[in-house]
Ligand binder design. Structure first.
Ligand code: NI
Length: 172
């Protein structure tokens, strides 16, 4: 296992569409997934997409609130996402490729996603809330989209060190 270098906003690998993985269970894919999980844990992130470690392939790992139900970390290859509502709900997001910042991003509150695991198992989940947000954020990385590009109002893009001002305004 190895901790990989994380690409930051501005690197071209984060701006292009990632390629389909032809053999999701190949040994080198499994090794990459293990390294991505280790890198995510080391960076204290909740999700990581392969382009964020400079690999332009359609692979994502993430930790959901249903950790136990889904056996900890989810790793998914060649995922397909379907938004199940017209409604959008805004909430704070952050990204390991946009360090130090956080932003208010509108997302669908309910989604369905499918894909395959590095073990060769099919995934087909319909999820809501934080799980739905994480999936939309991570899958966006595979299409070269970072969360600031999803924001309606860049006034809500702030440094985490200034988040107290937003907390205060919400409390009053
Ligand atoms: Ni991200």
């Amino acid at each position: 296992m190895a901790i990989l270098k994380i690409a930051k906003m501005g690197h071209p690998v984060l701006q292009r569409r990632a390629e389909e993985v032809s053999d999701p269970t190949a040994p080198q894919i499994r090794k990459l997934v293990q390294d991505m999980i280790e890198t995510m844990h080391d960076a204290q992130g909740r999700g990581l997409a392969a382009p964020q470690v400079h690999v332009p392939l359609r692979i994502v790992v993430f930790i959901t609130p249903e950790d136990l139900e889904f056996e900890g970390v989810t790793a998914i290859v060649n995922p397909v996402l379907e938004l199940l509502t017209e409604e959008r709900v805004s909430g704070w997001e952050a990204c390991l490729s946009v360090p130090g910042l956080q932003g208010i991003v509108p997302r669908a509150p309910k989604v369905r996603y499918t894909g395959i695991t590095p073990e060769g198992n099919s995934i087909d989940r319909t999820v809501e809330g934080f799980h739905a947000v994480v999936v939309q954020h991570e899958f966006d990385h595979l299409d070269g989209v970072l969360y600031p590009q999803r924001m309606d109002d860049l006034t809500g893009l702030i440094f985490e060190s200034e988040s107290r001002w937003f907390q205060a305004s919400e409390d009053t």
